[in-house]
Design a protein around this ligand. Sequence first.
Ligand code: S3P
Length: 169
Amino acid sequence: MVGLMGAGKTSIGRRLAARLGLPFVDADDEIEAAAGSSIEDIFDRLGEESFRDGERRVIARLLDGPPIVLATGGGAFMDVETRERIAAKGISVWLRANIDTLVRRTSRRNDRPLLKNGEPREILIHLMEQRYPIYQLADIVVDSFDAPAEGTLQHVLDAIEAYRVAEAT
Ligand code: S3P
């Protein structure tokens, strides 16, 4: 699962994993477990670059393991190595959301370091400009606006099925 903070990667990813009978793994949780500290702490103490190194390593390890549904952190797919690994080993699904949805959903939590250095809406608009052209490289794009999660999930399932049929022919 690929997309900006608040796109629904964890919420849809969990449901998708249950429907596919696969384990769900959140890369951010794995990074925290590997580092023994929170993402906020890693950003504060070691800086974003160090976080990105850890993120790249953790995702590489997870992609080498058995099949899972993986929610990546919002910045992970911006890394070319990570993108190449995902392309080689998995199916990437970009959950595309609009700005109002992202602002509303991200306002429910206060532990995302990138949203603390200014006005969240402006930061998210800037990240959309930077990242959406790259997220667009994902195998599958599904809109994740205000539809109930089950509706978005069904779109993801249908898109995965269509992708697999197209790959097999
Ligand atoms: C980030 C997104 C976060 C987390 C970190 C950086 C980003 O994950 O990895 O705070 O660069 O967009 P979520 O997208 O799961 O919130």
